[in-house]
Design a protein around this ligand. Structure first.
Ligand SMILES: [Zn+2]
Length: 173
């Protein structure tokens, strides 16, 4: 005897094992004899498989993304922890611009102090005029005395040269 054919929803439920045992058994019995229902079931099964494949693909692309984010967050955290004192110092100094007069003033003061401490190695007397010149860039009141000082030095140097190398004994050039 031929039972009534089942609709797609019932077949889907049959596939998903959501039918009551009696109904499930009758569907199974019916499928043995009914080709159209068997074909429909095959189609539903294929659709389900396709849907699952698509879902799986979605999961496969989602999971690595999640992993990637976790990894990125971890590396950021590590980077934060690895940030050394030296990096912090460099960061502070790179934040300062040499167009900032205070920085130049500080640098020139360092040079002046270095010049005054020129008896120490590395630090030299050359630092003193350089520091003064740098400082004068930002503090115009310093420029006049500095110019006078430079001229005085120049004159003193010429006097010394004249004394050491009288005109007759001075080398050519
Ligand atoms: Zn049927």
């Amino acid at each position: 005897m031929m039972e009534k054919c089942f609709d797609e929803g019932t077949l889907q439920a049959f596939l998903d094992n959501e039918l009551a045992p009696e109904l499930s058994q009758s569907v199974a019995r019916h499928l043995v004899d009914c080709d159209p229902c068997a074909i429909l079931l095959a189609e539903v099964e294929e659709e389900t498989a396709f849907a699952f494949a698509a879902l799986e693909q979605e999961f496969n692309t989602l999971v690595p993304t999640q992993r990637l984010w976790t990894k990125i967050n971890q590396s950021i955290e590590i980077q934060h922890r690895k940030r050394s004192v030296w990096q912090t110092v460099v960061g502070v100094f790179s934040g300062l611009s040499f167009s900032n007069p205070h920085v130049v003033a500080f640098g020139s003061l360092l040079l002046i102090v270095g010049g005054l401490l020129s008896f120490l190695p590395v630090l030299g007397l050359w630092m003193l005029p350089l520091g003064l010149l740098l400082l004068a860039e930002d503090y115009p009141p310093l420029q006049r005395p500095l110019r006078k000082g430079i001229i005085a030095c120049e004159l003193a140097w010429r006097r010394l040269r004249r004394r050491w190398y009288p005109r007759s004994r001075r080398p050519a050039g």
